[in-house]
Write a protein that binds this ligand. Structure first.
Ligand code: ZN
Length: 325
């Protein structure tokens, strides 16, 4: 086990180290690439899990203070890669055993062993067909501010400016330039928040947009942490689009137990728009869904107990997507 949910402080550096260790251990099925740089000069990395032609994109850590999803996404990569390798190792033996139903019953009287083999086989097949692009932490500067304070920012000017804002570091949603990345995407709902504000002004935004354009992504999921909800409805899109999004959202609801957000609650009153999912849906007319993990009223900093419970809630999403996209 490489990703340890009990490690008290899971800093940006730990995540990058773990990405390297994971890709060494599971090099047949997992690799990682650097896709951009934050304003405080941290690498933004992306894991590529799978060998398939169908690409699905997961993104986490857009908001600094939502510190649970980055490690959960890392764990998803480890868990699926591990199941893939485990099945590959035992494949010959397994294929032999499932040839005969009779033998199957006799040899697999241990039900949990049998179930484990079935799941591993499904993961193996899934990762032959799909590649999951996973950006565990789009906003590493905001994440480090939230976990370790404003002194995590190396750039003096940036550090000075954000300290003046009077926001407690544990509440920090923004990047190192105090911009909310999830209000920075060029789309119909985007509105300027000041005279110098413009869409796609931030490195993190540009990085994600580049990935959107670089890969043939069938579906995009942005993981946030406010209330165990799934946002699927897009007012800016037509009924056909929303029907497809709704069907995927129903599948996700079944495996996670999360609620579907009502159409009319898609965007909060007064929200300045410019979300990742709006850009993707409008630009590519392909499904884009926001998945909110963690209890709605959980305090920041988020308790690390949410790592394991969130992982348990979302771990079947990849397999479920293989059945519906
Ligand atoms: Zn968020």
């Amino acid at each position: 086990m490489i990703i340890d949910f009990n490690q008290p402080n899971y800093y940006y550096e730990d995540l990058v180290t773990d990405a390297g260790t994971l890709t060494k251990q599971y090099k047949n099925i997992l690799k990682y690439v650097t896709i951009g740089k934050s304003h405080d000069n941290r690498d933004i990395i992306m894991l590529q899990l799978g060998l398939g032609r169908r690409h699905i994109l997961f993104c986490g850590g857009v908001h600094g203070r939502e510190t649970i999803n980055p490690i959960v996404i890392m764990k998803l990569a480890e868990d699926y890669a591990d199941k893939y390798e485990s099945y590959k190792r035992t494949k010959k033996l397994y294929d032999l055993k499932v040839k005969s139903t009779y033998n199957n019953i006799v040899l697999h009287s241990n039900e949990s062993y049998y179930n484990k083999m079935i799941i591993e086989k499904c993961v193996y097949e899934l990762l032959q067909t799909y590649t999951f692009l996973m950006i565990p932490l789009l906003n590493p500067d905001g994440y480090m501010i939230s976990l370790n304070g404003f002194n995590s920012i190396h750039n003096k000017e940036l550090r000075y400016k954000i300290k003046q804002m009077g926001i407690p570091c544990a509440q920090w949603k923004f990047n190192a330039r105090a911009v909310d990345i999830n209000r920075n995407f060029p789309c119909r709902t985007w509105k300027p928040k000041g005279s110098h504000d413009y869409a796609a002004s931030e490195n993190e935004t540009k990085t994600l947009i580049e990935i959107f354009h670089k890969y043939p992504i069938r579906c995009f999921f942005d993981f946030h942490s406010r209330g165990k909800y799934i946002y699927y409805y897009r007012n800016s899109m037509n009924d056909k689009y929303n029907e497809i999004n709704y069907n995927i959202a129903k599948h996700l609801k079944n495996v996670t137990g999360y609620g579907l957000v009502k159409k009319e609650d898609e965007i909060d009153y007064g929200d300045s728009g410019g979300n990742t999912v709006h850009y993707f849906s409008e630009r590519f007319i392909k499904p884009a869904i926001t998945i909110e993990t963690v209890d709605e009223y959980a305090n920041f900093p988020l308790d690390i107990k949410y790592r394991l419970s969130t992982f348990e809630e979302v771990k079947l999403i990849l397999l479920e997507l293989g059945a519906c996209i």
